[in-house]
Ligand binder design. Structure first.
Ligand code: SF4
Length: 254
């Protein structure tokens, strides 16, 4: 940690902006007087433990994630007419399962919460049918400001907002990620088609990523296509849940 602090001082002298994750690690260390942490895995073990101090750390981390996010002006989306506020991820920071969508829509922007519109309600229904309490997973988006007319975020906007998503990924460190639609799929595997990749595991950076259709896509289907899409998504969610159970058999979604 002393080496890390010296390194950081050096960067500050050179006016190099610190990665959010290092800033947060230092904030956490100072706030909780953490002395002997030699690796990010060691820190994660402490953060994820089941005791009141770890719980306070998780609350602290979440508040910091929101604080950094609210100060973010790294792309122009925050100043577009369609964006009235930033929409942070939400849920359980201890969860081995994270769901990632594209970006906030009208309802999410209005309420400042992810997946609360019609698509979000469908997502909650799918989770409940699988016996998963929505509060026991972490749900976020690739971009945190609503794009104009709900258009797909531009690559430069996704890249800019990756600072925020990476912070969530670092401190939540999920084992399994459900990528809801093409945008999060391409975040983890660029130049991919959701039509070709859905239902197929991607293992990257220590995460098992299961790409599936975005709930808004299901809502746009009709007739036989609707039935097929529903079954595809159901199958993908079941695969993701089975993987979490294999990797973290002790975790309860209730
Ligand atoms: S979309 Fe992300 S990067 Fe762009 S301003 Fe909003 S929070 Fe910052």
């Amino acid at each position: 940690m002393a080496d890390l602090e010296n390194f950081i001082k050096e960067l500050e002298v050179q006016e190099i902006q610190l990665p959010y994750s290092i800033k947060l690690m230092l904030d956490l260390k100072n706030e909780f007087n953490l002395k002997e942490i030699y690796s990010s895995n060691g820190l994660l073990e402490i953060i994820k433990a089941d005791n009141p101090e770890s719980e306070s750390m998780r609350t602290f981390i979440y508040e910091k994630i929101k604080e950094y996010l609210n100060a973010c002006t790294d792309c122009l989306l925050h100043s577009s007419d369609s964006c009235t506020r930033k929409v942070p991820g939400e849920g359980c920071l201890n969860s081995p399962l994270m769901l990632i969508g594209e970006g906030p829509g009208f309802d999410e922007d209005k309420l400042g919460k992810p997946f609360v519109g019609r698509a979000g309600q469908l997502l909650t229904t799918i989770l409940n049918k699988l016996g998963i309490n929505r509060q026991k997973v972490y749900i976020s988006n690739v971009v945190k400001c609503r794009p104009p007319m709900n258009r797909t975020p531009f690559v430069k906007e996704m890249k800019a907002c990756s600072r925020n998503l990476e912070l969530e990924l670092t401190f939540i460190a999920p084992k399994v990620i459900i990528a809801l639609g093409s945008v999060p799929l391409n975040y983890f595997k660029p130049n991919s088609s959701i039509m070709r990749e859905r239902g197929k595991w991607i293992y990257t950076r220590g995460f098992w990523v299961m790409p599936t259709f975005h709930p808004a896509y299901i809502l746009r289907q009709q007739g036989k296509a609707l039935n097929k899409t529903k079954w595809d998504v159901w199958e993908d969610f079941n695969k993701a849940l089975a993987k979490v159970r294999e990797l973290c058999p002790e975790y309860s979604f209730n």
